[in-house]
Design a protein around this ligand. Structure first.
Ligand code: PLP
Length: 419
């Protein structure tokens, strides 16, 4: 890598920003489309201050909760939705779906290869048995990877389907993988194929990091059920916690029995905090996602120019808010992460170090100086400490902050590497 000097860095970033203008325009167009959809849904449901009011106890007839769920269903064009602060994370939302949709003897097939790390224990597919996992409940799992080109491998999928296959799992985002994200339009023909040939199989999409990035959502192109985290895209950086599930009414009903209890389902669940950040967060989400996408596009352009291997490329269509960068050397990876942390609005004095994390084979380094603890819609990055030292950078509440942080992190990395 060429040496990074502050003056040349300023120029590199300014030049890159100019080159990103056409991509920024495209991102803003999609932002506007989603803003229009969300705004009209909010008007249609007559959103008013009464929807923000806290509730207590059982939460019967909680109008704030019920209307928020109607909004999500309308925006994702599904029959029903579960949107709750009580869903603790994206993993929890996905786990609820799988437990709600399967019975002992059923089979789940992932058609996008190994699912996100935290799903391993949910499925029980690691080396050690996991208490409460789907495997323990006699639900089988297998997987088919995407083709080298990043497409659905329909030939192998057909071979791996079984008479008892209940659910196929599709992970939209790259997660921590060096592969392209799946765009909803790429899902469409495969979903159509599945509907035609295997109409009984439920198509479930892990939509984490993907919401409002493209013109359409997987639920617009045939997914039966989609789930994600509210401290990622659809919370707009404001939702303090929570998860969502959208999809067919019968499936949502089944899942809701796991959320609370059979016979009770979606009817209970109060929230003593205000629902306002969830509504306002949803309203902000297309804008926040656009800020993150612009930040990632700029980062892509800058790293490309510096000679790093990256995915996606600056001018490639994005399906999620992640930018993967091969940092090549552990020193570069650590220094860049530390620079991102130093440039954060919160916990800027903390210095991230690689550490052992439960469930991970390698040490991991993370930078997340966020307002909402661990929210990766805010500018953050993480990386397993292994060759070829791939950094996963994501989020950014404002593009200005993203740009400033990029400059700071690169300059810090340059200083460390010069020593
Ligand atoms: C973040 C993420 C999850 C899990 O979400 P948590 O909120 O961290 O539990 C699952 N799948 C993908 C692709 C994700 O990005």
């Amino acid at each position: 890598m060429a040496k990074i000097h502050l003056a040349s860095l300023e120029k590199l970033i300014e030049d890159s920003e100019i080159q990103c203008a056409p991509m920024f325009a495209q991102i803003e167009k999609i932002e506007e489309g989603w803003t229009e959809i969300i705004l009209s849904a909010m008007q249609e449901y007559h959103i008013a201050p009464r929807h923000f009011a806290p509730t207590t106890g059982y939460g019967y007839d909680d109008v704030g909760r019920d209307t928020l769920e109607k909004l999500f269903a309308r925006i994702f064009a599904t029959e029903d939705a579960i949107v709750r602060p009580q869903i603790a994370s994206g993993t929890h939302a996905l786990s609820l779906c799988l437990f709600g949709l399967t019975l002992p003897g059923d089979h789940i097939l992932s058609v996008t290869g190994k699912p996100y790390d935290t799903m391993e224990d949910v499925l029980g597919i690691g080396e050690q048995p996991v208490v409460g996992s789907l495997k323990e409940r006699k639900v089988d799992f297998s997987m088919v990877s995407l083709t080298k080109e990043g497409a659905f491998d329909i030939g192998n999928i057909e071979k791996m389907l079984r008479p008892n296959t209940k659910v196929i799992m599709v992970q939209r985002s790259r997660g921590y993988d060096w592969r392209p994200t799946l765009l909803p339009e790429e899902m469409e023909s495969f979903f159509t194929h599945m509907k035609k040939n295997h109409p009984q199989i439920i198509i479930m999409v892990d939509n984490c990091y993907g919401e409002f990035v493209c013109e359409k959502e997987p639920s617009h192109v045939g997914a039966d059920i989609c789930a994600g985290s509210l401290i990622k895209n659809p919370g707009g950086g404001l939702a303090p916690t929570g998860g969502y599930i959208v999809g067919k009414a019968t499936l949502i009903h089944q899942i809701a029995t796991c959320l609370t209890a059979p016979g009770i389902g979606k009817e209970v669940g109060s929230y003593a905090g205000s629902y306002q950040p969830f509504y306002q967060g949803l309203f902000m989400a297309p804008h926040t996602v656009a800020q993150a996408l612009k930040t990632m596009t700029l980062a892509a352009r800058v790293f490309e120019t510096l000679g790093f291997a990256i995915t996606p490329k600056a001018d490639e269509r994005r399906g999620d808010i992640i930018q993967a960068i091969k940092m090549k050397a552990p020193e570069a990876l650590i220094a860049f992460c530390q620079g991102i942390q130093m440039a954060s609005p919160v916990d800027s004095m903390a210095l991230p170090e690689p550490w052992e994390m439960p469930g991970y084979a390698h040490q991991v380094i993370m930078a997340a100086g966020t307002f909402v603890s661990g929210a990766s819609i805010e500018l953050s990055c993480d990386a397993p400490m292994k060759e070829p030292y791939i950094l996963y950078l994501q989020g950014g509440l404002t593009y200005s902050h993203g740009k400033i942080a990029l400059k700071k992190a690169l300059s810090h990395m340059g200083k460390v590497l010069d020593q």
